[in-house]
Design a protein. Structure first.
Length: 251
């Protein structure tokens, strides 16, 4: 008989223990699983920015204990992703060891974060789109510190805008029944724009499939940029800055 004593500790760690009751009495088996990945949400709020339940936006690895009377400890712990058990591409330890950086105007903080990024694996582009929304969604204010708290959608002195950029195509997702990464990206972009969020997108030497999603997501043709080199990337961001200034004046 198993009794779950699951408890949370740090944001990416879960300590799980089980009590096993048998002829020899009660034994407690404990493990701590650390997931450095933040995967997509599922369910009714998969494609919106409604307030998350505690840690619901995190997909921790799953852990289970398999009994084996011949093993010195009575069995072994097994680990995997709840949606991808046994799939080595979704171990839960292949991603970053800290969460997305909050909204900030501290250039050093942003540069340090960007410089710490590493490339590898596929591109779950819809995740980047989702987090661009979460960072400016007032429903997520309790997730971030007070200094990074997003303003309301109807704040008269603010513009809700995001900039999406990729050099790849969207080709990695966890919840296959919610559609491909492309499908999930489109759903998120549709719902963002329904909230009057201005969406800019920049394709940096991206393949046609990646360009197609970014062009779809942009708020209009003038909000989409196709950059083939560093200078064109700089020009794109200068144009975006000018556009945002113009929107603020018109707003």
């Amino acid at each position: 008989m198993y009794k779950n004593n699951n408890k949370s500790s740090k944001i990416y760690d879960n300590t799980i223990s089980f009590e096993i009751t048998g002829e020899g009495g009660v034994q407690t088996k404990t493990t701590t699983i650390t997931s450095s990945c933040v995967w997509e949400r599922d369910g009714d709020n998969a494609f919106n920015a409604e307030e998350p339940e505690e840690n619901s936006y995190l997909a921790h690895r799953e852990a289970w204990f398999e009994e084996d009377e011949d093993h010195w400890d009575g069995g072994v712990w097994k680990y995997g992703h709840p949606e991808k058990p046994g799939d080595s591409k979704y171990k839960g330890t292949e991603c970053r060891s800290f969460p997305p950086v909050e909204l900030t105007n501290n250039r050093t903080t942003l540069e340090n974060y960007v410089n710490s990024l590493t490339a590898g694996g596929g591109t779950a582009g819809h995740q980047g789109i989702a987090w661009s929304w979460y960072l400016i969604a007032p429903e997520w204010k309790d997730i971030f510190s007070a200094n990074a708290e997003p303003m309301p959608y109807d704040e008269p002195d603010a513009i809700k805008a995001v900039i999406l950029m990729t050099d790849g195509e969207f080709n990695r997702q966890i919840f296959d029944d919610q559609g491909s990464s492309d499908d999930q990206a489109k759903a998120l972009c549709d719902n963002m724009k329904d909230k009057d969020i201005v969406v800019y997108s920049v394709a940096l030497q991206a393949p046609d499939a990646g360009k197609a999603i970014l062009e779809y997501c942009a708020s209009g043709p003038e909000f989409y940029f196709d950059a083939q080199n560093g200078q064109q990337l700089t020009d794109a961001y200068r144009a975006i800055a000018t556009s945002l200034s113009d929107l603020r004046i018109k707003y």
